[in-house]
Every structure is written in structure tokens, then in C-alpha cells.
Design a protein around this ligand. Structure first.
Ligand code: NAP
Length: 332
């Protein structure tokens, strides 16, 4: 099969699109013929070696944590899927590999693709959808009347999270820059704060949930918009920055210490809670997301589509931090 391989950690041009062996499914695996993948910021953080205290890749490695495609083969113990099923998935960080024509993924991480989405649309959903699910459903079940503040509403996670929060009945405020205001309104946000012109601290307070996408120092600032007992769900823990400063092992420890210190600051400084968002690679959660998509509660937001051969350009694009919605890799 063709795949985008990396032989070493480094900049976007470390990718080599070449022939390699098609993966053999383990007994619980589904082998998926990849139609589309999508790119997430964590992919470039892994590619740069910024996560290697937590995730050690065997080189050459195939990155990619989102896929939509067709089941080509099933392992001996697979009961939930059959050859020909149209599925989507976000495999675990320890077993990426969707930047390829085929990927083998444990059946527990796979779900049937929404029937009303193309493969390119469906590939944008799993990682950001499961991330938003962890924050808005698992960590803090948002309910009608709650107020949710979503930082970076025009990004991959934000564009999904706004729609999920609205479906759960929350009042949603979201930030973005001037050029993305109309897009974020279109996703259903009740209040859009243009961070180029306004400081959200002057505008909102007493929120139940903050989904914080920018890391420090923004994360500490965002504690101020919560009401007592509210929750800050943080997307960034600073692992790439700490890895750069201290190396992989000490960087991981420094990140753990940082999380504990931030929790203490939230609790004792502001009377609120904080949690690190951790996406579960869960086919069960993804099936619930499929239902929401088929009920037209959530739609895909695609910024750009790149062929697999242009994976280097796709990574350059995501690294700008200016993506609107998601970047798709068209494989078939
Ligand atoms: N913990 C987890 O499980 C998990 C899961 C997914 C993602 N993450 C992390 O969460 C972060 C966000 O992920 P993502 O996929 O949403 O990233 P993304 O798609 O690359 O986000 C890009 C968006 O961020 C917006 N943005 C940049 N600076 C901003 C600011 N100061 N205020 C408001 N918006 C701003 C940009 O809008 P403008 O161009 O308008 O500025 C752009 O639309 C990444 O660091 C990612 O690694 C963590």
C-alpha cells in the first residue's frame, strides 16, 4: 500500500509517501480501506517529537488519528463489523496510522460512518468529536440552561464543541478572530467574541464550563469566567513545550507537576475545578455521535482537502494555527 512514512522526528518535510506493507489485522482488529483521513494539531506535535515522553513511535512510523473508509478484512475475533461496512474511527495515540491506504484498528474504537456524510466529511469528526464528548458529556454533563465558553470556536475542536453544546441545551459563547465571526455564528454560538477587538473578560462571567484550547497563559485567564463550582476543561497541558525545554522524560514529569499546580490554583484561587481533556478511542461514544449527525444536529466543517501526496503541505497548514474547521487528506 501507499503511506506517508516518517523515518525520524522533525519538520513537515520528514514525510516520505512510498510503498510499504499493508498492516495485518490482529484478532480484534478491523482492516479499513482508507478513503479519507484528517489532520489534527497533535499529529504535528507527535511528528516533531513533542510527545515522545508519552508516545514512543517505532520508526518508520505512519501518523494519523482520524479515518473514514470501508472494512476490507476482519480479525478472527471481530464480531461487530463485516467486510464492506462503511466505518470511521480515531485510533489510540499509541497506534496511529491513518495517513495510508489501509489501517488496522481495534474494533472497540470503530463505529459505523454517518450515512449522511461523505468519507471526507466523516474523517473530520472522530478525534475532535470524541474530544468534545469527553469535556461536554463525560467530564461535565452540560444541560439546558448551562453556560459554556468555547475558546477557538473556529478550530477543529471548537467547531464541533459549539454544535454539541447547543444540542445539549447550553448557552454558548465562543471566541474567534474577525474573519471567522460569521462561520462561528453559523455553527450556532449564541455569542461570538472577536478576540481581535474585544477582551472576553469584559463581557462574560459566571460560566459553568470553559473548554480552553490555547494553553497557558490563556488557561489561567479563562478561570476568571467560571462561576464557583464551574469546570475548566483544558485541551493543552504543555507537553510539547516541556519536552523542548527538559527532554522527553523530565518534560513528561514537568507536565504532570504543571497539571497538579493548575488544579490547585483553580481550586484554592478561584473555587472551581479543572480537568485535562483526554479523548477516549471509543466506538461506543462515536456511535452516539453518528446518531447526532444523522439527526442533523452536527455538521462537518472542512477548511481544505489535500491528497495524501501533499501531506507535507497539509502539516504546514495545520501548524499555522489558523485552520477553520478541519483539514482533510483524500486517500481514494
Ligand atoms: N487533550 C486532547 O485530547 C486534545 C484533543 C484535540 C486537540 N487538542 C489540542 O487543542 C488545541 C486546539 O485543537 P484544534 O484541533 O481545535 O486546533 P486548530 O483547528 O488548529 O485551531 C485553530 C483555530 O484556533 C483559533 N485561534 C488561534 N488563536 C486564537 C485565540 N487567541 N483566540 C481564539 N481562537 C484562536 C484560530 O482562529 P483564528 O484564525 O480566527 O485566530 C483557528 O480557527 C490544539 O493545541 C490541540 O493539540 C487536545
Amino acid at each position: 500500500m501507499k503511506a506517508a512514512l516518517i523515518y525520524e522526528y522533525g519538520p513537515p518535510d520528514v514525510f516520505r509517501v512510498e510503498d510499504t506493507d499493508t498492516p495485518k489485522p490482529l484478532p480484534n482488529d478491523v482492516l479499513i480501506e482508507v478513503h479519507a483521513a484528517s489532520v489534527n494539531p497533535v499529529d504535528y506535535k507527535i511528528r516533531m517529537g513533542g510527545q515522545r515522553g508519552a508516545i514512543r513511535l517505532r520508526m518508520p512510523a505512519i501518523l494519523g488519528l482520524d479515518v473514514s473508509g470501508r472494512v476490507a478484512e476482519v480479525g478472527a475475533k471481530v464480531t461487530q463489523f463485516k467486510v464492506g461496512d462503511e466505518v470511521y474511527s480515531s485510533p489510540t495515540h499509541r497506534r496511529p496510522g491513518t495517513y495510508a491506504e489501509f489501517v488496522a484498528i481495534d474494533q472497540s474504537a470503530v463505529a459505523l460512518k454517518p450515512k449522511n456524510m461523505t468519507h471526507q466529511e466523516a474523517a473530520t469528526i472522530p478525534l475532535v468529536g470524541l474530544t468534545a464528548w469527553d469535556a461536554l458529556v463525560v467530564k461535565r454533563r452540560l444541560k439546558s440552561g448551562d453556560k459554556a465558553f468555547i475558546q477557538a470556536g473556529s478550530g477543529g475542536v471548537g467547531s464541533f464543541a459549539i454544535q454539541l453544546a447547543k444540542h445539549l441545551g447550553a448557552y454558548v459563547s465562543a471566541t474567534c478572530s474577525t474573519k471567522n465571526v460569521e462561520m462561528v455564528k453559523g455553527l450556532g454560538a449564541d455569542q461570538v467574541i472577536d478576540y481581535k477587538k474585544e477582551n472576553y473578560l469584559d463581557i462574560i462571567k459566571d460560566y459553568d464550563l470553559v473548554l480552553e484550547a490555547l494553553g497557558e497563559p490563556e488557561q489561567s485567564k479563562a478561570l476568571k469566567v467560571l462561576k464557583k463550582g464551574g469546570l475548566l476543561a483544558a485541551l493543552c497541558a504543555g507537553l510539547p513545550e516541556n519536552t523542548k525545554a527538559y527532554g522527553p522524560n523530565l518534560g513528561l514529569i514537568a507536565t504532570g507537576i504543571g497539571l497538579v499546580k493548575f488544579k490547585a490554583k483553580a481550586r484554592f484561587g478561584y473555587g472551581v475545578s479543572s480537568t485535562q481533556v483526554l479523548r477516549a478511542s471509543s466506538g461506543a461514544f462515536l456511535s452516539q455521535i453518528t446518531e447526532l449527525i444523522e439527526a442533523e444536529k452536527i455538521k462537518a466543517s472542512i477548511d481544505k482537502v489535500f491528497p495524501l501526496t501533499e501531506i507535507t503541505d497539509a502539516h504546514r497548514h495545520i501548524e499555522t494555527g489558523r485552520t477553520r474547521g478541519k483539514i482533510v487528506i483524500a486517500v481514494r
